[in-house]
Ligand binder design. Structure first.
Ligand code: FES
Ligand code: FES
Length: 151
């Protein structure tokens, strides 16, 4: 079935089964490989994208549930002020180790700062609790979010 998805502000036509996870549409059909596959079970956060501004696990978001909603991926998060500030902070604080989890981390952090521009440590911990980093960069991630938020 053909779906027209609004991704990063542009329409994309894809011909896939309706029960295809959004993650595979992004990566395999559209070649947007910034969004990562980790667990495939909504447990690690590596596949996080925004749907209408809310962070979702694209591995568990079926394409026929997306409808007209606006999807934002790591490829375009730098166009939003929060995303740009986070990417700058990530570089300045050298957050990434292997880097695999980091696009999902930034997507969760960007959703946090959009709703809560001056987050507390508890806000940060709550928003980021679903994003796993096997390299253990959690302290630098928290510091970078605080840096980007100016708190
Ligand atoms: S790959 Fe989706 S949450 Fe792990
Ligand atoms: S930087 Fe390696 S998994 Fe997070």
């Amino acid at each position: 079935m053909v779906f027209t998805l609004k991704i990063n502000g542009k329409p994309h036509e894809v011909d896939v089964d309706g029960d295809t996870p959004l993650l595979w549409v992004l990566r395999d059909v559209l070649g947007m490989t910034g969004t990562k596959f980790g667990c495939g079970q909504a447990l690690c956060g590596a596949c996080t994208v925004h749907v209408d501004g809310q962070p979702v696990r694209s591995c568990q978001t079926l394409v026929d549930s997306v409808g007209d909603s606006a999807v934002t991926t790591i490829e375009a998060i730098g166009q939003a002020p929060q995303g740009a500030a986070l990417q700058k902070a990530w570089l300045e604080l050298e957050v990434a180790q292997c880097g695999y989890c980091q696009s999902g981390q930034i997507m969760s952090a960007a959703a946090l700062l959009k709703d809560t521009p001056k987050p507390t440590d508890n806000d940060i911990d709550a928003a980021m609790s679903g994003n796993v980093c096997r390299c253990g960069t959690y302290q630098r991630i928290r510091a970078a979010i605080r840096h980007a938020a100016g708190v």
